[in-house]
Design a protein around this ligand. Structure first.
Ligand code: GUN
Ligand code: FE
Length: 419
């Protein structure tokens, strides 16, 4: 964790509506945290080591609020199905393989290498039901230099025998066993009931108690697909809407991420707002599985906390540039075809979601204001050839549509350079 100065074209988000540009400027980092951005380097920092990135773009690192590590192995496959059929046909058979630690080591090694090279500096990750494989995933993430939360998945119903935990008590015991081994500096545990259809009432209740007792955060899926929502209504007839099934067990009362939130009725949105829940907007996944399009600009306008999720492998890539572009694109289709009262997302809003929006789950993360963690990606967009002068903002916009890991020249997480 260092103290240093970076020079380049520095861009971050002031708010969902406003990008902030400091062309040809200096970003000062002291002990892993931002001190400030300066157009001329103040004398008092002249003793710090300086890395000159010239004309390159320096952006905040990005946060992926929702992805499934075991699903990396089948990214790009099986997209002709909707959620519940996709889970049975593709996801559950693949996740069952992580009972085998040698398969887990191979597949998770590939996944972590890929994530390390991407623009993602922080991630909130689903593992599988297996405690040992999930701890192995955490070891690999810890060694990568990324900062993450990782969850051992809980499932005690409605899935194949190979993945089903015997009952709530067995699932909770396996979770305690995993928690005892999940002790890392930058890779923290997060409780992970897969979603209501996979978890008995007793299991949700037990996880809510465990979260409160140990002060643990929680992640799950919410209101992603219409068939899923109908199934939850039939499983929980006494609830008025899906999120109540989590809330009645206290699962929304800890720091919490709910993935998707495509089809949330107004009362559900009210509850998420009252509990301060983070929504992981996952537009690639929502397109691929024909789930729908979440009204994200309306969520931002009413003050809900929102970030982006790649949702690997329902989303086919970990590349958050692609996720930003898809978020913008589908919001335009939603506006045009479904609801012209909810404005399309802007480039500035999509960038905010990928940086400050999701970063807030980790605390002061996602911009270059004083005190924020120094997470940064340095982009070399010179290979994205063009015949004209572009402003830094125009270059950022092009990168959102065109960039991938090949354009990342350097990456810093909490003041440590990864490459
Ligand atoms: N809902 C429950 N499990 C999953 C999953 O693995 N992916 C997605 N997209 N939705 C889910
Ligand atoms: Fe998911």
């Amino acid at each position: 964790m260092g103290s240093f100065v970076l020079h380049g074209n520095i861009i971050d988000s002031e708010s969902p509506e406003r990008l902030r540009v400091a062309a040809d400027s200096y970003l000062v980092c002291e002990e892993g945290r931002c001190t400030g951005v300066f157009s001329a380097l103040p004398e008092r920092f002249s003793g710090l080591p300086l890395t000159d990135f010239g004309d390159r773009l320096i952006l905040p690192g990005m946060t992926d609020l929702h992805l499934h590590a075991p699903q990396f192995a089948f990214r790009g496959l099986g997209m002709d199905l909707e959620l519940l059929d996709w889970l049975n046909a593709r996801t559950f058979p693949e996740e069952a393989k992580y009972a085998d630690l040698s398969y887990a080591a191979l597949a998770y090694g590939q996944f972590v290498d890929c994530l390390r090279r991407s623009a993602t500096t922080r991630a909130v990750v689903f593992g599988t039901v297996h405690p040992a494989a999930t701890t192995l995933l955490m070891e690999l993430l810890e060694a990568s230099g990324l900062v993450s939360y990782v969850g051992k998945v809980n499932m005690d119903r409605d899935c194949p025998e190979a993945l089903r935990e015997a009952d709530a008590a067995a699932s909770l015991a396996a979770t305690e066993q995993w928690l005892a081994s999940a002790r890392f500096a930058h890779t923290k545990p997060i409780l992970t009931p897969r979603f209501v259809p996979s978890c008995s009432d007793a299991l949700l209740q037990g996880l809510g108690e465990l979260a409160a007792r140990r002060g643990l955060p929680v992640q799950s899926h919410l209101s992603e697909n219409l068939g899923e929502i109908a199934l939850v209504q039939s499983l929980c007839p006494q609830t008025d809407f899906y999120a109540e099934a989590y809330d009645r067990c206290g699962l929304l009362s800890q720091p919490c991420i709910m993935a998707h939130c495509v089809h949330c009725p107004p009362e559900e949105q009210d509850l998420l707002q009252a509990r301060g829940v983070f929504i992981a907007h996952s537009p690639l996944s929502n397109s691929n599985l024909s789930s729908g399009i979440a009204p994200v600009s309306a969520y931002l306008a009413r003050g809900l906390r929102v970030g982006l999720g790649s949702d690997l492998a329902a989303g086919e890539t970990e590349n958050l540039f692609r996720v930003m572009a898809e978020a913008i694109r589908v919001s335009k289709l939603r506006w045009r075809l479904l609801d012209d009262t909810t404005a399309p997302l802007t480039v500035a809003q999509a960038f905010y979601l990928a940086t400050r929006g999701g970063g807030a789950f980790f605390g002061e993360v996602g911009c270059f204001e004083p005190g924020f963690a120094l997470d940064a990606v340095v982009l070399d967009d010179s290979a994205l050839v063009h015949p004209q002068e572009l402003t830094p903002i125009e270059r950022l916009e092009r990168c959102i549509y065109l960039a991938d890991e090949r354009h990342i020249a350097a990456k810093y997480v909490a003041g440590t350079r990864l490459f």
